[in-house]
Design a protein around this ligand. Structure first.
Ligand code: CP
Length: 333
């Protein structure tokens, strides 16, 4: 599902943000640099800049979320946009209205951006293909496929704590099979030039041919975390498992849970990350989640600045597209 042409306007600027795969290092770096410039907005007394004033952003979350939905809302508000959080369970979709009819009605209300989380892989791409020109679509996580804004906030966290990617070994641990976050992280780390990406997981939680993305697979966590700079833990995505893939959670924790003992094998200044929600005692020992090398809550905080960057860049790309289309037609009649 590579959608570079759908995501970029004629000038190569972002106009939708659906997937990290296929984007350039320059564009990902521009997102990170723009996000860095927004970090200070959250420290101001008045946490606002006027970049999206007059813009209407609609959050469409068809799946549960704490971090992503809230930080998208905060990001839009810090950009001075008007934000609508659709309550899907009380919307007219519960009366049988189709997704496309719902979108057409929101477009009729002059929405400028849809932020979409959906349990079906590809839903945000489908919406981006059919949405009215000049409306931006941002993927807030689709099925097992992609979670590109999460990957970008993870890259922002790594860059802020560890500097350039070229010298970094990064381990991603746990349920890779069902993780849209892991897929997007692998693409982002490859594009940004990470030295080494290690995937640590039992065979039953690895998708086939994952090594083809340019990562090395480990089944023994002690070997996998040895001397890494970054350890990213993943949640067991039980809601996406169709059969029992593990003997027990205790067994999983014994083999793949991040404990103080296993963490000692990583570099002494290695950082610990997790996209959340965390399950203490399942994939991570509680003391490790809360220790001073854990940057899990920093990830959440950087998520606001990264989403501000992506939303403002996509809206600018959409506006540029509409200007180009007016000039192609010889000016507005
Ligand atoms: N990391 C993440 O996507 O968390 P939420 O499901 O709470 O949004």
């Amino acid at each position: 599902m590579q959608n570079t042409s759908l995501q970029l306007n004629q000038l190569g600027q972002l106009k939708h943000f659906l997937d990290v795969e296929g984007l350039s290092k320059e564009l990902l770096t521009e997102i990170l640099d723009t996000a860095d410039s927004f970090i200070s907005v959250g420290k101001q007394q008045v946490k606002k800049v006027p970049l999206l004033r007059g813009t209407t952003v609609v959050n469409l979350f068809f799946e549960a979320s704490t971090r992503t939905r809230t930080t998208f809302e905060l990001a839009a508000k810090r950009l001075s946009a008007d934000v609508i959080n659709m309550n899907i369970s009380t919307s007219a979709t519960s009366k049988g209205e189709s997704l496309m009819d719902m979108l057409r009605n929101l477009e009729a209300m002059d929405a400028d951006m849809f932020v979409v989380r959906h349990e079906n892989s590809g839903a945000p791409h489908f919406i981006a293909e059919y949405v009215t020109p000049n409306v931006a679509v941002v993927n807030a996580g689709d099925g097992r496929h992609a979670h590109p804004t999460q990957a970008m906030l993870d890259m922002a966290t790594i860059r802020r704590h560890k500097g350039d990617f070229e010298n970094l070994s990064v381990a991603i641990v746990g349920d890779i099979m069902h993780s849209r976050v892991a897929r997007s992280q692998i693409h982002a780390l490859k594009i940004l030039g990470a030295k080494e990406i290690r995937l640590i997981s039992p065979e039953t939680l690895l998708p086939p041919f994952i090594e083809n993305l340019g990562a090395t697979v480990y089944h023994d966590m002690r070997d996998g975390v040895a001397d890494v700079d970054v350890v990213i833990m993943l949640r067991l995505q039980k809601e996406r498992m169709q059969s029992a893939l593990l003997p027990s959670e205790q067994e999983f924790f014994n083999l793949y849970g991040l404990t103080e003992t296993k963490l000692k094998l990583a570099k002494s200044d290695a950082i610990i990350m997790h996209p959340g929600p965390i399950n203490r005692g399942v994939e991570i020992q509680s003391e490790v989640a809360d220790c001073d090398r854990s940057v899990i809550l920093n990830q959440v905080n950087y998520g606001i600045a990264v989403r501000m960057a992506i939303m403002s860049m996509a809206m600018a790309g959409q506006n540029q597209s509409s200007l180009s289309s007016i000039s192609d037609k010889g000016g507005e009649k």
